[in-house]
Ligand binder design. Structure first.
Ligand code: ATP
Length: 214
């Protein structure tokens, strides 16, 4: 099993990508000893409003954000598909490219995790991946009964003890950062600074392209 790969996946609209995503991703890579973590921008998210900024700009900002960090990669497969971005489709397409014993870890902030029962074919997700849940200090979502049942059946207290290619859930501690893309869009729309909430390269891109202005 020496060359079994451990790959993290963080999907999102990244409208724009910010330090909550990036610091969380990096800490998960280091704590879990992942070979790589892929940030996967979504094209047409099924459960939320259309992103304010187009796919190519959101992708470019994520690429700028992770430039020079070999463990953080950008995977643009959801932008190549001309249909809503369903995670189950993404997982199936990733699985088709991997060895059967490679481990996939789907990383979800607590708010996203609480929304899971509304996802397309949500009960099949754990066939393809484990789930790592990140705390989200700025979210006050609550787990519904189906999720509590799922947790009772699949939760493992120690994220480092998740075993096999898929099927378990664990909560992972990361530096709590109460930062959201909503907050960043609103600051920019009001002419305020978002310096230190996004990497400088992302801020330069936002300014150069006049994004999120009121
Ligand atoms: P918006 O404010 O537009 O809803 P967002 O900041 O929640 O955006 P998304 O692109 O929707 O960003 O999030 C992608 C993933 O990253 C989700 O699983 C989300 O829970 C997680 N995430 C986003 N921000 C944080 C944060 N500050 N801490 C932990 N997880 C986060």
């Amino acid at each position: 099993m020496a060359n079994r790969k451990r790959i993290g996946l963080l999907g999102g609209t990244f409208d724009p990508v910010h330090i909550g995503h990036l610091r969380g991703a990096l800490e998960v890579v280091e704590f879990m000893g992942l070979d790589e973590l892929r940030l996967i921008p979504s094209a047409r998210p099924p459960h939320r409003e259309t992103p304010q900024v187009g796919a190519q700009d959101r992708l470019a900002m994520v690429e700028q954000a992770v430039a020079g960090l070999p463990s953080l990669r950008v995977d643009d497969r959801e932008l190549q598909r001309d249909k809503p971005s369903y995670s189950i489709d993404t997982l199936e397409s990733l699985r088709a490219e991997l060895a059967a014993d490679d481990q996939l870890f789907l990383i979800l902030g607590w708010d996203a995790f609480c929304g899971l029962p509304a996802w397309h074919r949500w009960d099949e997700l754990l066939r393809h991946c484990h789930i790592l849940v990140l705390q989200r200090p700025d979210a006050d979502s609550e787990a519904s009964e189906p999720l509590r049942d799922l947790l009772a059946a699949r939760n493992i207290a120690d994220p480092l003890a998740l075993h096999g290619p898929a099927g378990q859930i664990s909560f992972i501690w990361q530096t709590p950062l109460a930062v959201s893309a909503t907050q960043i869009r609103s600051l920019l729309a009001n002419g305020r600074s978002v310096r230190f909430l996004v990497p400088d390269a992302v801020l330069a891109y936002i300014n150069a392209h006049g994004l999120y202005r009121g």
